[in-house]
Write a protein that binds this ligand. Structure first.
Ligand SMILES: Cc1cc2nc3c(=O)[nH]c(=O)nc-3n(C[C@H](O)[C@H](O)[C@H](O)COP(=O)(O)OP(=O)(O)OC[C@H]3O[C@@H](n4cnc5c(N)ncnc54)[C@H](O)[C@@H]3O)c2cc1C
Length: 472
């Protein structure tokens, strides 16, 4: 059978077809023309405006099974939506059926085993809230409104990654509805090949309805941002590069090139000025965290401000949420980075200096510690030998800035990519990458991914994603 195309489908659906689906769902089925349609179809990235034909707002596994079977039987394009944060809006589609999991928000913490069962519609903030009550946390990303599902299936990096690994390294099992509508649990002991592929291979293999994660002791942290004037960026980035490998893994800290926000409590004299930042979270006593950060601070000029201090971990996870409300324009480029030579630092500084907006940024997230202790072939996520995951994000509230954001992101990436590895974190890509980029991102795991894809989704039903094509 030929592979399905990714264009919007033209399948005829009768009223009785739609009624039949509605009758099978506990959750609402939203159609174009419904009062809630525009609100429900909205994605986090305001640059993306997709108009699905149907949105099945699933509330349980049975709803997901019904939606998958309906989509397959009617030849509809299918998109899977977790938190809706994906850069190119791969949680939705034009035409077709969106399987919207955002109402599936259950979280069960087992403090005895330190495990947590997470519904596929949870954001990382939902889970942090539930686990913090038990002095626990799972490694997720750095903005609490991000969906756990998409983040996890792509890999997942955050402040706890150096010590505890990627989010997928803490995934113990996942419940999945497959393309044929059957339900399986994937774990080291059941459907081990699927379990391997889910850990980094994205939404290619089925609809995950819940995850089981290992959590870790995390309570109060010593955390926050430190900003320096851009004129010191070269010294700070070089010092960070030397400091990080010597710092204990309890410290998760990334370096970034940004702009000082033009609002209180940021010092007015610096509003709108380009800056270099180190943003970190130390999971341990505050005095110890301050002492460790002191080693970096003493090797560089004085910062504009150092707002690291003691706070509950969920507060750190949500620290940047107010700066990134839903609906901003986002243009993403990424790369894995092996090393950060002085010449690359200079390119970063030159490109960041011409950012088209104050929110636009470049971050380098550490890939080391526990991530390196897992073999390249143990999970689908292949970049275990990288040192950083780089993201360049052009961000602005105004739609008329969209072209400038894209232009800057592409220009920055063209200038810096020669220093970087071939592939990128699939969750930091738009859908305009060159042919072969997804393959490069999975390196020598790609052939096995294609083989698992052909076993579980031979007709590429799940193709609104960074697509892995079934082996021919
Ligand atoms: C502000 C912001 C901050 C971020 N910070 C980080 C960070 O610190 N670390 C990090 O690793 N990433 C980060 N990301 C990137 C993030 O991992 C991706 O945007 C990810 O796609 C978000 O997942 P989602 O569920 O919200 O996405 P959605 O848009 O809902 O889905 C994205 C894709 O995931 C797949 N998918 C979603 N749910 C399921 C499911 N249940 N079953 C199968 N497939 C599914 C689908 O294929 C879909 O195409 C950030 C993104 C944003 C916008």
């Amino acid at each position: 059978m030929a592979l399905l195309e990714t264009t919007a489908d033209q399948t005829e659906l009768s009223d009785s077809d739609i009624q039949a689906l509605r009758a099978q769902l506990r959750g609402p089925l939203v159609l174009s023309g419904d009062a809630s349609y525009d609100e429900v179809r909205k994605l986090y990235n305001g640059m993306i405006d997709k108009r699905p034909r149907l949105i099945a707002r699933c509330v349980d596994v049975a709803d997901v099974v019904a939606a998958v079977n309906f989509g397959r039987a009617h030849g509809l394009l299918l998109a899977i939506r977790g938190g809706g944060h994906n850069g190119p809006g791969l949680g939705s589609c034009d035409g077709g059926l969106v399987i919207d999991l955002s109402l599936m928000k259950s979280v069960w913490v087992d403090p005895n085993t330190r495990t947590v069962r997470v519904g596929a519609g949870c954001t990382s903030g939902d889970v942090d809230h539930a686990t913090h009550a038990f002095g626990l946390a799972v490694p997720f990303g750095i903005v609490s409104s991000t969906g756990v599902a998409g983040l996890t299936l792509g890999g997942g990096t955050g402040y706890l990654t150096r010590k505890y690994g990627l989010t997928i390294d803490n995934m113990l099992a996942a419940d999945v509805v497959l393309a044929d509508g059957s339900f399986v649990t994937a774990s080291p002991n059941e459907h081990a090949d699927l379990f391997w592929a889910l850990r980094g291979g994205g939404g290619n293999f089925g609809v995950v309805t819940s995850f089981l994660f290992q959590a870790h002791p995390v309570g109060m942290v010593y955390a926050g941002p430190i900003f320096w004037e851009a004129v010191h960026a070269r010294e700070v980035m070089r010092a960070y590069r030397e400091f990080l490998p010597t710092a204990p893994e309890e410290l998760g800290a990334f370096v970034g090139l940004k702009t000082v926000p033009s609002l209180d409590p940021f010092p007015k004299d610096y509003w709108g000025r380009r800056a270099c930042a180190v943003i970190g979270s130390y999971n341990g006593p505050a005095e110890e965290g301050a002492r460790i950060m002191g080693r970096l601070l003493e090797s560089v000029p004085a910062p504009i401000f150092n707002w690291m201090g003691e706070m509950p971990f969920p507060a750190m996870q949500a620290l940047f949420d107010p700066f990134f409300p839903p609906g901003l324009q986002w243009y993403w480029k990424g790369d894995f980075v092996k090393s950060l030579p002085d010449d690359a630092i200079d390119v970063h500084i030159a490109q960041a200096a011409i950012a088209p907006s104050d929110l636009s940024l470049m971050h380098l997230y550490p890939i080391d510690g526990a991530v390196h202790r897992v073999s390249k072939h143990a999970t689908a996520w292949n970049a275990r030998d990288a040192s950083f995951s780089m993201v360049i994000a052009g961000i602005d509230p105004h739609p008329d800035k969209a072209e400038a954001l894209k232009h800057w992101g592409r220009g920055y990436w063209n200038a810096i990519h020669p220093f970087n590895m071939e592939g990128a974190y699939v969750n930091f890509m738009m859908d305009d990458e060159a042919r072969g980029r997804v393959q490069a991102s999975y390196g020598d795991n790609y052939a096995r991914l294609a083989s698992v894809k052909s076993q579980y989704d031979p007709n590429n039903l799940f193709r609104v994603n960074q697509n892995i094509r079934p082996q021919q």
